[in-house]
Design a protein around this ligand. Structure first.
Ligand code: OOG
Ligand code: NI
Length: 434
């Protein structure tokens, strides 16, 4: 037994603390949680096992933050690593005229995800991209960001301690959660003048959101719902809450794939902006919104190619809408599980599945979708992005984000593949074969 608190346990405590904080900050989030829990109760009975794991789904959240400087990303990666959260997937949002590129910090293995699936979609401002910032603005932005420290001393010390010792003991883990949480808190006082804020907002609301505040406030915390359409109906008809934006991702299906999301706009929030004369000026800022997600099965590269083509054409009829076809055509990932007590003679896996000796359980998609994410970002911006004429967007690619992270980004397909292969090996073993 290690004397250290298991990272999944720290992650679960952190996710709970974050949820409690956000519930206080944004009352609508509390309403959403209540409706989501009711819908999930009612829906779970009608669904297939893996996709409807209520224990996991009930505590499942993803959040999102936006960072300014590469150094902030490096430190954030080290902080998330304490909770066994690692960067998975690369999302370049500048192809949709948004001045960020992103990854998602999440647990890597099925085991760790089952313990607690908390994830944070994390974006980094493309400060050096001339499509967004001229030289003067870039300098001002950089200078402004260099003056802030988004982590508490306590959090930094405990992150360092974790990486040196290999873990945190109980009291330290508790302190870590409390200290780390501070970074994600909302501040109704800006760090920049209203004039600077407005200058940045004219370029992009995202730039203003990143640069003008003390830290990367959590901008949404998304519960997972098992029936998106039913949630929609209840929020609208029973709670009287306008769900204004369309659902991002695939349409409703018999065999849900990937990720469906919907967001609804938060109100403008009052902000006090410090002025040069030492006074404060009232203004508003819109950053925080509500979002719900519904997760379906993870697609293989072949399945994903079908999805991307369907998204481009708007015609989703080419994606088979039953798990068995998705599986036999190699379009989606499954977990293979020996049926307890099944006596099997050595036969190919396919034959064992057909004979009912092995069950194939749909594997949940654990990541995000770039086009959907862009839609989520854009549904909450007040101003259009003020793009500049520039041929070249600078060196913003996965490698650049990895340099900022100080670590490689995991490829989602590789992770799903490994889980599927491992489940097959375990199924063989359980049957006493191979
Ligand atoms: C992140 C938007 C992307 C999602 O669920 O796709 C996202 C942001 O607005 O910072 O959270
Ligand atoms: Ni989100």
């Amino acid at each position: 037994m290690s004397r250290f608190v298991p990272p999944s346990q720290i992650r679960a405590a952190f996710a709970r603390a974050m949820s409690a904080m956000y519930q206080q900050e944004v009352p609508l989030y509390g309403t959403m949680l209540r409706v989501v829990a009711a819908v999930n109760q009612d829906t779970a009975a009608t669904m297939q096992d893996e996709v409807a794991d209520l224990d996991r789904v009930g505590s499942e959240r993803h959040g999102a933050i936006r960072l300014g400087l590469p150094e902030e990303m490096t430190a954030m990666a080290r902080l998330f690593a304490v909770m066994d959260m690692h960067p998975v997937g690369y999302y370049d949002l500048s192809v949709r005229d948004l001045p960020v590129h992103s990854t998602a910090f999440r647990p890597l293995t099925r085991q760790s995800l089952a313990e607690n699936p908390f994830r944070v979609f994390t974006s980094l401002l493309q400060i050096d991209n001339p499509k967004f910032f001229d030289d003067e603005t870039r300098r001002a932005v950089r200078e402004h960001l260099e003056q802030r420290q988004i982590f508490t001393d306590g959090a930094l010390a405990l992150v360092a301690q974790h990486h040196q010792d290999g873990g945190l003991v109980e009291g330290d883990a508790e302190t870590f959660v409390a200290e780390a949480l501070e970074t994600f808190r909302w501040h109704s006082e800006a760090t920049a003048s209203l004039a600077f804020y407005e200058k940045l907002a004219a370029i992009s609301d995202l730039a203003a959101d990143v640069v003008c505040f003390r830290g990367p406030h959590i901008n949404h915390l998304t519960p997972r719902v098992l029936d998106m359409d039913e949630l929609y109906r209840r929020m609208k008809e029973e709670e009287g809450i306008a769900m204004i934006d369309a659902i991002q991702g695939p349409p409703r299906r018999q065999a849900p794939i990937l990720l469906r999301q919907t967001s609804f706009r938060a109100l403008d929030e009052a902000i006090a902006f410090p002025e040069a004369d030492g006074g404060l000026r009232e203004g508003t800022h819109r950053a925080r919104f509500g979002e719900i997600e519904a997760r379906g099965i993870a697609l293989t590269p072949a399945g994903r190619a079908l999805y991307d083509a369907a998204l481009a054409s708007g015609d989703f009829s080419g994606i088979p809408d039953d798990y068995e076809t998705l599986r036999t055509e190699g379009l989606a990932y499954f977990l293979y599980e020996a049926v307890p007590g099944a006596a099997a003679e050595d036969a190919p896996m396919e034959a064992l599945v057909a004979a009912g000796k092995v069950r194939a359980i749909p594997m949940t998609y654990e990541d995000f979708l770039p086009v959907s994410a862009a839609g989520i970002f854009m549904s909450n911006l007040k101003h259009a992005t003020g793009m500049r004429e520039a041929e070249d967007g600078g060196q913003y690619d996965q490698q650049a984000l990895e340099a900022a992270l100080g670590t490689a980004i995991f490829d989602p397909f590789t992770l799903y593949d490994a889980e599927q292969a491992q489940s097959i090996a375990e199924a063989w073993q359980a049957l006493g074969l191979r």
